[in-house]
Design a protein around this ligand. Structure first.
Ligand SMILES: *[C@@H]1O[C@H](CO)[C@@H](O)[C@H](O)[C@H]1NC(C)=O
Ligand SMILES: *[C@@H]1O[C@H](CO)[C@@H](O)[C@H](O)[C@H]1NC(C)=O
Ligand SMILES: *[C@@H]1O[C@H](CO)[C@@H](O)[C@H](O)[C@H]1NC(C)=O
Length: 533
């Protein structure tokens, strides 16, 4: 370098030289990162948007969406915390080391114990016609990002999904798989909706997950010729007595047809909301009382399925509001004790939980300890006077969390959300059932919005895999919004929601593992998943 006379020039030249060197090093590192895959799309950040509803959504399109890599165990001395909150954090990761237990500090302490309760089946959503219509309205890239968001290894890893057997109130038309009257069901065939909106997406979900999603089929209504009043939507639209066996065969045929398309079901419910036809609303249904339903299960559905190639399928009854428990089951089994052997589980819906004491669930578990209880449907935005869709609402995420946690604290083994994707007005729904969904699709923009409820579901589904056991954790003030699990890989997952308007400092002490103490600062209106091994 020519630096003898003018020191200023020398300095500038020097700086220029050094900058160039740094640039070279930087570029070289960039190339290295790209080649080693360290710069992957999974590091993308949430593009947040505020619609003024008390929280934010994350915007995804064909080329951009944020993902969360699969959770990998860390060293035994360390723990991971993932936090989402009203202020906009989404699965924000931090890592720390256990500290020595501080017996004198005044921080609120959680104690984790070893006692195990129910085993978890998983979390998921539903493949309704409306879900398929909205997902298909996106181009290939955006569709891929949406499906990956739910089922991919770097998505929230849903493991359960409910599939309406034919029509539901979330679709564009009424239909059945046997339109002309024929109790032998010779003309049974799947509908165009199955081939457009359900089968391809289910196969895609299985492919992204790398294993089959556990599917649960639920029928809303039989073909109208099987009903006493031949309409999809009607008060007292119950089954003709000579149609009990054909209605069971109809379910079997459905399973067979899906199997021909490489899709096998894990479970089947005994019908969506059997009470709906008695207290009619304006949606398709089949009115079945507990005694009638018990007769159908014990004499028709049960034997038909157990004799078939699907003999292992989980039969889930009720599939309705938990307020009917435990009397529904007591009634059903008193008059049809034979139904008991065919029933594996009990499905409960969210909608009346605010007026249903949790004692309903506890008594059901005490009376029938060998039958699992599973949340089979829930959503927000379906109550009169509240908006159908509320983009970005953190309140709705907290509603989800509170209900899921309350259920898990009372023997429930998992929770299935309703529609996985709806449009900007919460549809389409022929029956104006419009509601909210964790993913809202804006077809004209080619975008979709991940709502706070998507992250609420993810804080469970991503961290609490099937086979996890519910375990005891104690903390007085936050007890309603805290749950803990022992994962199948030996790790402990703890979920804590702070639904208050102020931040809270807490400490976690695991009495079993005895590693010391985890100190956490819980920001106001936040949800954290804490994991250690
Ligand atoms: C997709 O989103 C990214 C990130 O917001 C943006 O840069 C890009 O322009 C969007 N693409 C389209 C086609 O809108
Ligand atoms: C089912 O899977 C088999 C084997 O992978 C494949 O050959 C066949 O095309 C699939 N059938 C359908 C309907 O997807
Ligand atoms: C949906 O996309 C259209 C077209 O880009 C845009 O005008 C509209 O504001 C978007 N709606 C919402 C709710 O973001």
């Amino acid at each position: 370098m020519y630096c003898t006379k003018d020191h200023n020039i020398c300095f500038i030249l020097c700086l220029w030289q050094v900058t160039n060197m740094l640039k070279t090093v930087f570029y070289f590192q960039c190339i290295l990162f790209v080649q080693t895959g360290l710069f992957s799309v999974t590091t993308q950040q949430c593009i947040s948007r505020d619609y003024g509803n008390g929280g934010t959504v994350c915007v995804c399109n064909a080329t951009y969406c944020e993902f969360l890599p699969k959770i990998q165990p860390v060293d035994k001395a360390r723990y991971l915390i993932y936090t989402s909150n009203k202020a906009g954090l989404r699965f924000e990761k931090s890592e720390g080391s256990f500290l020595p237990e501080q017996t004198t500090s005044k921080t609120k302490k959680f104690y984790v114990y070893t006692k195990e309760y129910q085993e978890i089946h998983g979390f998921g959503g539903a493949f309704t016609d409306s879900t398929g219509i909205n997902i298909n309205s996106l181009n290939e890239g955006a569709k891929e990002n949406l499906m990956r968001s739910y089922f991919g290894e770097d998505g929230i890893e849903y493991t359960l999904a409910r599939v309406p057997i034919g029509l539901s109130d979330f679709g564009l038309r009424d239909y059945s798989y046997a339109e002309s009257e024929d109790p032998s069901l010779k003309n049974f065939k799947l509908a165009p909706e199955d081939f457009q909106y359900k089968i391809p997406l289910i196969l895609k979900a299985n492919e992204l997950a790398g294993h089959p999603i556990r599917l649960i089929g639920s029928a809303w209504s039989p073909p109208i010729w099987m009903k006493i009043i031949p309409k999809y939507v009607t008060l007292f639209g119950t089954l003709k007595s000579e149609m009990y066996q054909p209605w069971a065969n109809y379910h079997l045929k459905f399973l067979e047809e899906y199997k021909k398309n490489n899709i096998t079901f894990w479970g089947i419910t005994t019908g969506n909301q059997p009470t709906i036809g008695y207290i009619t609303f304006n949606i398709p249904g089949l009115a079945m009382g507990p005694v009638q339903l018990g007769r159908w299960i014990s004499q028709n559905l049960g034997p038909t399925l157990r004799k078939s190639e699907f003999s292992d399928i989980k039969v889930i009854t009720l599939d309705d509001q938990r307020i009917f428990l435990p009397l529904w089951l007591v009634d059903m089994l008193l008059f049809n004790p034979g139904a008991k052997q065919y029933i594996d589980g009990i499905g409960v819906h969210w909608y009346l939980d605010s007026i249903s004491p949790t004692l309903d669930l506890d008594l059901t578990h005490i009376f029938y300890p060998d039958k699992f209880i599973l949340g089979t449907e829930g959503c927000r935005g379906n109550i009169p006077f509240e908006p159908d869709v509320s983009l970005g609402s953190w309140q709705r995420a907290e509603d989800y969390v509170k209900d899921i946690m309350e259920n898990l604290q009372h023997w429930v083994t998992g929770w299935i959300d309703w529609n996985m994707a709806l449009d900007l007005v919460g549809g389409p729904s022929k029956y104006n059932s419009n509601a909210d969904s964790p993913i809202i699709v804006n077809k004209t923009a080619g975008e979709f919005y991940k709502q706070p409820t998507y992250y609420a579901m993810g804080h469970f589904s991503k961290f609490v895999p099937p086979g996890s056991k519910f375990i005891e954790i104690s903390q007085y003030e936050l007890s309603k919004t805290t749950v803990a699990f022992r994962r199948p890989d030996g790790g402990i997952a703890i979920l804590i929601a702070n639904t208050k308007d102020y931040d809270i400092d807490v400490a976690i002490i695991d009495r079993n593992k005895n590693r010391g103490q985890i100190n956490i600062h819980l920001t106001r209106h936040s949800l954290s998943s804490i994991v250690y091994w």
